[in-house]
Design a binder for this molecule. Sequence first.
Ligand code: ACO
Length: 264
Amino acid sequence: MSVELTDLGTAGLELSVSGAVATVTLMRRERRNAMTPSMWHGLAQIPGKLPGEVRVVVVTGDGPSFCAGIDLRMFTPEGVPGEDRGLSAADPGFDAQVAGYQAGFRWLRDPSIVSIAAVRGHAIGAGFQLALACDLRVLAEDAELCMKEPALGLVPDLTGTKPLVDIVGLPRAIELCLTARTVDAQEAGRLGLAERVVPNGELEKTVKELTAQLLRTDVDAARATKALLTRAHERTLDEQAAAERAAQAKLLQARQANQQVQAT
Ligand code: ACO
């Protein structure tokens, strides 16, 4: 499905790049950063705008909430001003439309980057799924996570179900989704949904420190290792061991080739 290029600002997004670090900020503070299809398409365009040297992508929200999920006005007859109402589920293009929305979340797993969700306040529905799309989550103590979709008669369809099950296991994922209950930051930490839980005033500092730690690792080794880890769960031990050997050979060969070029 072809999608019009969206201006990030109009889509409620801000992208800033500083060296190896990009920060994506949801900028609809007055709506608690509620998301629209334009925002999802805007997110999908970001990887195409990132310089190759970017290694860490921080995703965060402006104001007191990370993201309050889909803009609920999408479900009203009036809709959201400036937003296409989208196709009905009976339309043959519906599947491609949702795949287009999901593209805004999928790129955050790319092995060339490490993505970090910096979450303060609410991460509800699509907002929780955005945090789950990131490799790592740093939560302020006031963070609250909720997979609200089933309570609204929907399934979570923005790529959140797989990471949720991978992280918390099937029984807990069923419990969280089908009760749509809110998980506070401390519980999120215990469940593995957060790599760090920090006082509200320390969120930014902690993300900066984590970013600096990540950037200290050799870039090629980091990218190859993330690629290996990402696929580990779908391979047998024999397959993963073979993948480790192949990745090591490729990494070392590339390094040797570079050293030879530099020596000449
Ligand atoms: N869609 C549209 N507007 C929203 C949304 C939303 N998802 N969330 C908040 N807003 C708006 C409110 O309507 C309000 O607007 P107003 O100032 O014009 O009245 C403003 O943001 C601030 O929200 P409050 O409710 O006043 O803020 P509060 O801190 O009390 O509560 C909370 C925040 C808990 C996020 C609450 O707004 C809420 O429950 N929002 C809806 C969450 C939701 O159900 N999202 C859908 C999940 S399912 C999915 O994403 C597919």
